[in-house]
Design a protein around this ligand. Structure first.
Ligand SMILES: Cc1cc2nc3c(=O)[nH]c(=O)nc-3n(C[C@H](O)[C@H](O)[C@H](O)COP(=O)(O)O)c2cc1C
Length: 407
């Protein structure tokens, strides 16, 4: 099954069922553009054989980054760099999609002292995030235009599809959650109102890109927080997306407050879910019952037999994997061909609950940068050092000591 092609509703076809999920690169300089490091990284992944490569999140507004070093695409000046990247970053027949995102309140204090959010609800996490400002309706309309513009530019820049990031607690996910969206206008309150921004972006992106261009959405199965975006909410949004007609729904879960997409042993994740290798699979089963749109599930897949079994069960159409593309970047082809049965699983734990997601995230962020620079991966650094890597990286970038670009 893994090697079977898959036809998307728009008419495009994936050459197999393996996708490299999005991983933010944090490699750009002050021009917010892809550079030689991105080319090096995606040349490696282009050889992976995966039918679909998703870019790391590309920002629709350079004033609000998810991380220092993000790519941001706002204007036609980005096109030459995008074209170079997409030409180097995919093999013939392989799909390379741009993941489009706005961080909302999940924008560190080093990037913005006043980020935007649906409501002024601060993210409290180690003092790294400032209190956001509730967006005006004009700013909401501006965000819609920005997503559509970035999508249009990414298409012109050679991407073969786009994915709208509505998961992991970023802006669109903040709008979906009643904990972060306390608005009383047409953008808050009922689920239909909370989903209005996502649905407007999906609909207008489709109008701009046409019926035969792949459009995907990454959505949380839940936020794993009491009173937040729930499984029932997510199933309702899936019904709405099904009616709107997207090509691939990627299921994930969690936010910066509960990073279950990286640290799946969070106590909030049900033990029964955790026991499965892919921890959002139970939810995929429910999603299948409410919509027949193509499904990709990401998070935890490591063995070939399990990926095959999940595909054969009909619960999903595409297997998404992220971290194995960093720890064993040359092995995806062997996995597809059947000569590798299992990717290694690294768990980076400090023993301090508050630091575990920072350690996990920092470890992989560093591996990605090493891979992009052509350096030997350091898989043995102490967990505590990994936990400090991202704040250090943000600070270093903020102080202007950019990673030097070797063209
Ligand atoms: C270094 C790193 C960066 C990530 N950046 C993104 C991102 O830009 N967008 C996104 O949707 N998910 C991002 N993720 C989450 C992955 O796409 C994926 O959902 C998660 O790692 C679980 O899949 P895995 O168990 O196969 O790694 C990132 C994960 C890692 C490790």
């Amino acid at each position: 099954m893994l090697n079977d092609p898959f036809l998307l509703p728009c008419g495009a076809s994936l050459q197999n069922r393996l996708a490299k999920a999005a991983m933010t690169e944090r490699l750009s300089g002050r021009d917010y553009l892809p550079n030689a490091f991105h080319l090096q990284l995606y040349r490696i992944w282009a050889k992976s054989g995966a039918g679909l490569l998703l870019s790391g999140n590309i920002m629709v507004d350079k004033r609000y980054l998810e991380s220092a070093g993000n790519i941001a695409v706002e204007a036609e000046e980005a096109l030459p760099a995008l074209r170079k990247w997409t030409a180097a970053g995919r093999a013939p027949g392989q799909h390379l999609w741009a993941q489009l995102s706005h961080p909302g309140r999940q924008c560190t204090i080093l990037v913005s002292g006043r980020p935007l959010a649906p409501s002024a609800v601060r993210l409290r996490k180690l003092g790294l995030f400032a209190r956001p400002r509730a967006m005006t309706e004009v700013e909401i309309e501006d965000v819609i235009r920005r997503f559509v513009r970035t999508a249009t530019l990414c298409k012109a820049g050679g991407f073969t599809g786009v994915q709208i990031h509505a998961a992991h607690g970023y802006l669109l996910s903040q709008f979906l959650s009643p904990l972060t969206n306390r608005r009383t206008d047409q953008w808050g309150g009922s689920l239909a109102n909370r989903a209005r921004l996502l649905m407007a972006i999906v609909q207008q992106t489709r109008e701009a890109l046409g019926p035969d261009f792949p459009i995907g959405v990454k959505l949380n199965s839940a936020d794993f927080q009491g009173g937040g975006f729930s499984e029932e909410d997510s199933l309702d949004v899936i019904r709405m997306l099904g009616a709107a007609g997207i090509d691939l729904l990627e299921i994930s879960g969690g936010t910066y407050e509960r990073m279950v997409f990286l640290v799946e042993d969070e106590p909030e994740v049900k033990a029964s879910t955790r026991r499965r290798e892919a921890y959002f699979l139970d939810f995929a089963h429910k999603a299948r019952e409410v919509s027949n749109m193509p499904l990709m599930v990401t998070g935890g897949f490591r063995t070939r037999a399990f990926a095959e079994e999940a595909l054969r069960s009909g619960m999903l159409d595409v297997v998404g994997m992220a971290r194995p593309f960093l720890t064993e970047p040359g092995q995806a082809l062997a996995f597809l061909q059947g000569s590798l049965e299992k990717f290694s699983d690294f768990k980076i734990r400090t023993g301090w609950k508050k630091l575990e997601d920072m350690a996990e995230g920092g470890f992989y962020a560093r591996l990605l940068i090493q891979l992009a620079r052509g350096e030997a991966p350091d898989r043995d650094s102490p967990a505590l050092l990994s936990a400090l890597f991202l704040p250090w990286h943000e600070l270093r970038k903020a102080l202007g000591k950019r990673v030097s670009v070797r063209q």
